[in-house]
Design a protein around this ligand. Structure first.
Ligand code: HXC
Length: 516
């Protein structure tokens, strides 16, 4: 064969491999409103940056007539490229090849890029649209999944791992995304569940659609399995690109510092008036965050789940920060099991990847009641304590209003190795709120009084005057400084600068035993 013919043959093979299962199935994918595996990669990565690996790899199954249908590259497209000029690895299931099902070959291709991402210390993004284990390959497929899970576990806390769910993701296949740091999901065409509606019907007799059982909104609002939800794939991949901006390449690096035009000493007078004088009146903590961070830009994580706690990424003077904030607008910002799980996982992610944590605190306490106790609020609340306490990244708190009881301890208090705790003059820091406290410590005076309601009100005021302020805590050094709200941005930036070279270690151990 001539040299020219050989080059032509190569070109033809490349073109063929790009068609995956063929044009008819590509058209079918488009008719469903879905992108193909390659289109997804091109949408995600910087233009012309994708370098494909294993495009000619074939499956090795010769049962059930499979030897007659071998598609170049099999059911996944893998390789590397860049996002905002930074190296990332990617794998994208190709639904046009046996429904993107996982063969031994598909698993080997994925594991190869997982290992390369680890070797080079780079984020990895998995794009999921798959019918699950390749049924014709049986146990090989199960072993392949398990090898992928093992890589996910080894990479956890070393490189950022991100999953996009843009089609079916069912059975044990859900566990690879679940082991990664962030799950992005698209509405309507994506679902995740362990067992589908038919099996649910036969086992629990429930009638449920795939969308209700495992659609994007279900996981965004009810289960908390996912972190970001979008209406279409283009928006979803733009979201992944946005998240990457806040992250370092790996656990040995810092997130990139972007240049910021927002003045570090920008004063926001509105902040002085944001907390209502009536301590039981809600306000929106999002407004506080927006007024403090660079250009008001906040990239919220799990925004539709456990809304009583807000978590997400922002920047202060160009430096990436993780924000954790009680939301007085939802359930008065109380901590419950779901918000504790959400907060603890986020703090641990930030700590693993050297992202300082800024906490805005307005918390009346932990949620009482049987529902919470039975849901394990004790162990779930302990996760928050554990996550904050073990974190060695710079940790700064701003107490805007309430800091009561155990919830005060949890929200990055000084005694949990919080580095700097600021309080606004509106802060109320005490073991419990004035109403409950006065009922307990003045119970004899109240019940023995001629007018118990009046005495209760007086005693409540007495308690409020004494404790419902930041100065008792400041006098004991539990608050480093009481600040005017309008200078919060400047104070946080200065404290972050001061903490830039912070070094703090935990005792040597194999790993801790977080109360899971
Ligand atoms: C082999 C598969 C496949 C699979 C789909 N296909 N899933 N081939 N193994 N798991 C093939 C179909 O036969 C079909 O081939 C093509 O992919 C497209 O599938 P359709 O059914 O036409 O597509 P659609 O109607 O969109 O339905 C998608 C689907 C459905 C809901 C995913 O295909 C489905 O239910 N598949 C089986 C899902 C499943 O039970 N998987 C195993 C789960 S157990 P043709 O040739 O007709 O085009 C598991 C264990 C993992 O995953 C454990 C890990 C620890």
């Amino acid at each position: 064969m001539s040299r020219e013919r050989k080059i032509l043959e190569l070109k033809e093979k490349i073109e063929k491999s790009k068609l995956g299962g063929g044009q008819a199935l590509i058209d079918k994918q488009h008719q469903k409103g879905k992108l193909t595996a390659r289109e997804r990669i091109y949408t995600l990565l910087d233009e012309n940056s994708f370098e494909e690996l294993d495009a000619f790899k074939l499956h090795g199954c010769n049962d059930f007539g499979m030897e007659k249908s071998k598609v170049l590259g099999d059911g996944v497209v893998t390789g590397y490229g860049s996002i905002h000029g930074r190296l990332v690895f990617v794998y994208s299931f190709d639904f046009t090849v046996f429904g993107g099902s996982l063969s031994k070959t598909v698993a080997e291709k994925i594991i190869k890029v997982q290992e390369m991402a680890m070797k080079t210390g780079s984020p990895i993004i998995g794009i999921n649209d798959s019918g699950g284990a390749r049924i014709q390959e049986g146990v090989d497929s199960l072993a392949g999944y398990t090898d992928i899970f093992t890589q996910n576990i080894l990479a956890s806390g070393v490189i950022p791992q991100i999953s996009a769910i843009v089609g079916p993701c069912a059975g044990g296949a859900v566990y690879s995304p679940a082991l990664t740091d962030y799950i992005f999901m698209v509405r309507k065409s994506a679902y995740m569940f362990l067992t589908g509606p038919k099996i649910v019907k036969s086992v629990t007799h429930e009638d449920v659609t795939a969308e209700e059982l495992g659609g994007a909104d279900t996981h965004a609002t009810k289960s908390g399995v996912t972190h970001f939800t979008y209406d279409d794939e283009a928006e979803l991949f733009a979201g992944v690109r946005e998240l990457i901006k806040y992250l370092p390449q790996n656990n040995m690096e810092e997130a990139p510092i972007l240049s910021s035009q927002d003045p570090i000493n920008r004063i926001d007078e509105d902040l002085n008036y944001l907390v209502p004088e009536d301590t039981n009146k809600p306000y929106d903590m999002h407004e506080v965050i927006a007024k403090v961070v660079d250009d008001g830009v906040f990239f919220e994580v799990q925004k539709d789940y456990a809304k009583n706690l807000i978590v997400g990424f922002a920047r202060l003077n160009g430096k990436s920060i993780g924000v954790v904030a009680n939301q007085p607008k939802v359930m008065a910002g109380v901590l419950d099991s779901n918000s504790s799980n959400k907060g603890a996982r986020f703090v641990r992610f930030c700590d693993a990847f050297n992202i300082p944590v800024i906490t805005f605190e307005d918390v009346p306490g932990f949620m009482p009641g049987t529902a919470q106790e039975f849901s394990g609020i004790i162990k779930n609340g302990a996760k928050m304590l554990y996550a904050y306490g073990e974190a060695t990244v710079p940790k700064i708190t701003v107490i805007t209003r309430k800091g009561y009881g155990g919830a005060f301890c949890v929200m990055n208090s000084k005694n949990l190795r919080g580095d700097i705790v600021y309080a606004w003059p509106s802060a109320e820091i005490a073991v419990m709120g004035p109403k409950g406290a006065s009922e307990i410590i003045f119970s004899k005076e109240i019940t023995g009084a001629e007018n118990p309601a009046q005495v209760h009100t007086e005693k409540m005021e007495e308690y409020r005057d004494k404790f419902a302020n930041p100065y008792v805590a400041a006098a004991k050094g539990l608050v480093d400084e009481v600040i005017e709200p309008k200078v919060t941005r400047y104070k946080l930036i200065k404290a972050l600068e001061m903490l830039a070279n912070k070094r703090e270690d935990n005792p040597p151990k194999k790993h801790g035993n977080i109360p899971l």
